[in-house]
Each structure stands twice: as C-alpha cells, then as structure tokens.
Write a protein that binds this ligand. Structure first.
Ligand SMILES: Nc1ncnc2c1ncn2[C@@H]1O[C@H](COP(=O)(O)OP(=O)(O)OP(=O)(O)O)[C@@H](O)[C@H]1O
Ligand SMILES: [Mg+2]
Length: 363
C-alpha cells in the first residue's frame, strides 16, 4: 500500500503536463509541479483558491463544467486561450475528468498547444533529417562525377551542331548545372560542423542578414525592425545564426508577390519564462526570441506540417533544404523553432539561450 502511495505521488509529480485537482466548489485541491510552473506560483500558495480566479479561460467553461459534474462525464475544451494573469495567454487544450469516489471533484489537464507541437516537431526533424540527409549525401557524392562527364560530353558535341540542336545541348548543360548545385547544397548540409558558440548580439546578425537580403533576393521587400534594445547576448555561432536568418528572409521574399513585394517584420523580445524540457528531463531556458514575420500568402496547406523536413518544398525550383538546415542549426544551439502561418501572416519564431553570465562578463 505504501509503495503504491509513493508511486502515485511520484507519478503525479513526474507528469509532464500541468494537472490540477479541483474540489466540488472548483477550488484548487492540489496541483503537480508542471502546473506550478505553468501558473508561475507554488501549490502551497494556490491550494484552496478558486481556480477561475487564477486561470483566465477564454471560453464559457463554467456552464459546461456544471453539466459534466451533474452527469459525471468528462469535458474536453480545445484551442482556448488560457492566461494566468502574469503572462500572455497560451492556446491550450483542457481535459477535465471526474474523480471516482469523490463526487464533484475533477482533475484538469492543461496542454499548451504550441509547446506540444513544438516538442514533437524538433525531435522528428532531427531523426528524419539525419537519415534522409545521410542517404542524400552518399548519392550526391556518387552522382557528381558522372554529371561532370555528361556536361563535358554535351559541350564537345555542341561544337559541331546546328542552331536547333545547340538548344538541346544547352539544355543538357543547364540542367546538369542545376543538379550539381542541388548536390552541393546537400553536401553543405552534411558538412555542417558543430556550432562554435560565443556571446552574440542577435541584432547584429539580423542587420547583416537584412542588408544582404535587400541586395539580392529581397530587393522588392520592405523591412520593419522592431527590436528590444535591451535584449541580452545570445550564446551561438554568429555565422550559423546568420545562415538561419538569411534562409528565413529568402523564403519570405520568395513567397511574396514578385512585383508587389511585401513586408517583413523583424521582431526581437525577451520572454523570461520560456523554457524547453530536454529528453533527459532537465530544462533549458530559452528567453531570447526572434520572430520573422511576413505578410505573404502563408505556408502551402499540403506541406504545412512538414516544412522543417528535408526535401519538402512548395516551390518549383526549391530544394526544400532551407528550413531543414535552419532547424538543424537551431537544435544544435539547444534552441527552438516554430512556425505559425495563415494567409497574410507567417511567423517563424526562434527561441535561444542567453550567453552564460560569466562569459558575458569576461568580454
Ligand atoms: N515565409 C514563407 N511563406 C510562405 N511559404 C513559405 C515560407 N517559408 C517557407 N515556405 C514554404 O516552405 C517550403 C520549404 O522551405 P525551404 O526553405 O525548406 O525550401 P525551399 O525554399 O523550397 O528550397 P531552398 O530553401 O532549399 O531553396 C517552401 O518551398 C515554401 O513553400
Ligand atoms: Mg528556402
């Protein structure tokens, strides 16, 4: 019996989802550590308080809960904004289930949707990217040599041809060049070394990326800088982070109408409470936020869920490696990337750790 109770206590505190036990008066009877984190307050302080005083839920939940209580049935509320008073609301799914033998009591699980989505995303990206890239690298290596032969042969042939036939050999040369370029990108992906991390000013990175994009792929775009000037230094590899931002800006520019252009907003801010749980259970603080926001058409519906996977592209000439590379670099930085996209507003958000204080101070 005692082992059982101990196990239950352990289960309760290991549950990675915020869970709150509600009594028949909808007061907090108990909460697990994840819920303490979510509500940014300790159970000691919160137990006994009316739940709806502490949690602002943007849905008429009280009536449905009363009905669920009456019938002893569970209640699921999806996609509601849940706020705790001291930070912006998060979109969550709420699951409430009646507790057996405790009439009127409910256990409520709160699953922040964004975080849940982000978690699975990062892990699947890593393993999928690894296997697909490994295979592609090997192929790239094998295909490059014969391609050089094909180009050479086509060029030799073209010396004795009529104008009409020349078009064909030109086509061979142009297309093989395109494949070689693609293969080089694949190889570059495989060669990506571990980041050389040091304290980085993210605004410098953003400025460099913006300037270079304005000279090339993004000449038709308008840029808005919305920076938090007090943003602390990040801990990262400046060149790799530059590559990340360049890829995001290039995508936004390519998605925009080629004639009309569009607007890209670069937004930075500090979010103290943002952290990620590592697979080993420890947590990593990721307070530095960069958002690249564009007003283009948004991610194509059919690839929306897979854009971070390699070789997923919605563009005719895209290799689909840009975002896979971005995702790999960010995960090598122990960071996080997510996307939220509807037509007219696409937000890529990167969350990064700040530089350790002692390194920052020794600079
Ligand atoms: N800001 C955006 N707006 C709309 N669609 C986007 C945006 N960013 C990415 N996408 C979509 O996601 C796809 C994948 O992007 P990714 O950068 O991985 O590959 P790509 O741009 O197609 O090719 P590459 O970057 O290798 O040249 C794009 O083809 C595009 O359809
Ligand atoms: Mg791209």
């Amino acid at each position: 019996m005692s082992t059982n109770t101990e196990l239950l206590t352990q289960l309760w505190s290991s549950l990675p989802v915020p869970a709150v036990l509600l009594d028949a008066e909808e007061r907090i009877a108990d909460m697990n550590p994840a819920a303490e984190g979510f509500m940014n307050n300790s159970a000691k302080w919160l137990v006994g308080q009316p739940i709806w005083d502490r949690l602002a839920v943007d849905a008429p939940i009280e009536e449905s809960l009363a009905r669920a209580r009456e019938h002893g049935t569970p209640l699921f509320v999806n996609d509601v904004d849940v706020g705790t008073g001291n930070r912006p609301p998060l979109v969550c799914n709420l699951q409430l289930a009646p507790v057996q033998n405790y009439p009127g009591w409910f256990i409520m699980l709160i699953s922040p949707r964004e975080l849940a989505g982000r978690m699975t995303q990062s892990h699947s990206v890593k393993s999928a990217a690894k296997s697909a890239i490994g295979m592609a690298e090997m192929l790239a290596h094998e295909i490059k040599n014969p391609l050089a032969g094909i180009t050479g042969a086509a060029q030799l042939l073209s010396m004795n041809l009529t104008k009409d036939d020349l078009e064909l050999t030109d086509l061979i040369v142009a297309e093989t060049r395109r494949i070689v370029k693609l293969l080089e990108q694949v190889e570059q992906f495989g060669n990506l070394s571990a980041p050389e991390r040091k304290p980085v000013n993210l605004h410098d990175v953003l400025d460099r990326a913006r300037r270079s994009t304005q000279l090339g792929a993004g000449a038709h775009m308008k840029f808005i800088e919305d920076y938090d000037p007090s943003l602390p230094l990040a801990y990262g590899d400046p060149d790799q982070l530059l590559q990340v931002v360049l890829n995001l800006l290039k995508n936004a520019a390519e998605a925009a109408d080629a004639k009309e252009g569009g607007t890209i907003r670069l937004h930075t801010f500090f979010e103290h409470s943002f952290r990620m749980r590592r697979p080993d259970g420890s947590t990593q603080k990721l307070p530095l936020q960069i958002e690249v926001i564009d007003d283009g058409p948004g991610l194509p519906e059919d690839i929306k869920g897979d854009v971070f996977d390699p070789f997923v592209s919605g563009r005719e000439n895209g290799t689909g490696l840009g975002l896979a590379l971005v995702s790999k670099i960010i995960s090598d930085h122990d960071g996080w990337i997510s996307v939220d996209s509807v037509p007219g507003r696409t937000v890529f958000r990167i969350s990064l750790p700040r530089a350790p204080r002692e390194i920052e101070e020794n600079r």
